[in-house]
Ligand binder design. Structure first.
Ligand code: PLP
Length: 395
């Protein structure tokens, strides 16, 4: 049995999305900027895809800019707000300590340019409260960028409340919603979101394509310069197959959201209940406001990397921390941000589910993980020290 439980890293494409892409390789291969009929067919498809994405977010089609993915959308949103702020001498940004690197590294770049960033603490409840945001806002704040849901630990943040606070204070609000779009109900107008990033491959669409929602009138700056595509805000001939595949995947995800969410959340809860029985373990992330597919644990006395390799040998594809940090020996910045100390953060496991997972797969995981954890503890010098009292348990 092979169980794919790494859907926060990427998802398998849906058949609907694959079918939606094929025409743009074969018959509708035109450039939507061309005036002839082949080009105009592509233009019509591009407009339709934009309308589909807009409908899923509750905005107007003209407020959607297609990008190469979530990372580019995050970069463009943050840099735009920073440039606009700098023009008015506002150079303070509010974010959180557990953002994705696409946000964190963009903020670090701005700090080197003289911006000041407040990284809100996420230790309390493994989330951020709207009150923390309110208290951090200053007269020179030019942006609040707070993720919708965390990719490693699954916490879903109080976005509507944060949106209301930002609106009242007149501060632009961006959210990296890459983990939420297609999985949670979003309405950018009701939630007072000014900019939102999404990515196709996190909801069974293709990789290398995403979108940025930008409230009408907000002054975007270009990250990619060139032609006048995307109302002049993002140059480059449109990735037609990618855009149309993403729109089809999003439409399908939004249409089936309630059914999928209920199925995935039931699998998640079964996994969380089962894995909580492992002694000296702890659930990471907000236990109540949580992505339907996220299960994240720390197990004391083991190495996450060894755990992953053994799970893979048993057919289980999982992750420890984020895919971007694996390969390095540093523990995940997210686990450190929620207050897990280095030793504990090293023993982490993330299982991220999708509607393609089954009950039988969960049973397989629940059989294998406790066995593998017990095996690794049996050969771990750290675990021996914990058992003999030479070292104190933390979890
Ligand atoms: C995957 C992910 C991204 C990056 O999206 P890409 O399309 O892979 O560039 C950004 N933010 C979060 C929260 C993610 O999970």
């Amino acid at each position: 049995m092979r169980v794919y439980a790494d859907n926060a890293a990427t998802t398998a494409m849906s058949q609907t999305a694959i079918d939606a892409m094929l025409p743009y390789f074969q018959t509708v291969y035109g450039n939507p900027s061309s005036l002839h009929s082949v080009g105009q067919e592509a233009k019509e498809a591009l407009d339709a895809a934009r309308a589909t994405v807009a409908k899923c977010l509750g905005c107007e089609p003209r407020e959607i800019i297609f990008t190469s993915g979530g990372s580019e959308a995050d970069n463009q949103a943050i840099l735009s707000a920073a440039r606009y702020g700098a023009r008015k001498n506002k150079k303070h940004i509010i974010s959180t300590a557990f953002e994705h690197h696409a946000v964190l590294h963009t903020l670090q770049k701005l700090e080197r340019e003289g911006f000041e960033v407040t990284y809100l603490d996420v230790k309390q409840g493994h989330t951020v409260s709207a009150r923390q945001v309110a208290e951090a806002i200053r007269p020179d704040t030019c942006l609040v960028t707070v993720m919708y849901a965390n990719n490693e630990i699954g916490s879903v943040l109080p976005i509507a409340q944060i949106g209301a606070i930002c609106k009242e204070a007149g501060v632009p609000f961006h959210t990296d919603a890459v983990q939420a779009v297609g999985h949670l109900h979003i309405n950018v107008k009701e939630q007072n979101i000014d900019m939102l990033s999404l990515s196709g491959h996190k909801f069974h669409g293709p990789k290398g394509v995403g979108a940025l929602y930008v409230r009408r009138g907000f002054p975007l700056v270009n990250v990619i310069e060139g032609g006048a595509q995307e109302r002049g805000k993002r140059a480059g001939t449109e990735n037609m197959a990618g855009i149309c595949g993403m729109a089809a995947a999003l439409e399908e995800s939004c249409r089936n959201m309630d059914k999928n969410m209920a199925h995935v959340a039931a699998l998640r809860d079964k996994l969380i209940n089962g894995l909580s029985q492992i002694p000296h373990s702890a659930l990471n992330g907000d236990p109540h406001n949580r992505l339907p597919g996220n299960v994240s644990f720390c197990f004391e006395g083991i190495e996450g990397e060894s755990l992953l390799l053994l799970l893979d040998a048993h057919g289980i594809c999982a992750s420890s921390g984020s895919a971007c940090t694996s390969g390095s020996l540093d523990p995940s910045h997210v686990l450190l941000a929620i207050g897990r100390i280095h030793d504990v953060a090293h023993g982490s496991l993330r299982l991220s589910l999708s509607e393609y997972n089954t009950d039988e797969e969960i049973d397989h995981i629940l059989k294998v993980v406790p066995e593998v954890v017990a095996y690794l503890r049996g050969i771990s010098p750290v675990w021996r020290d914990l058992q003999t009292g030479k070292r104190q348990y933390i979890l």
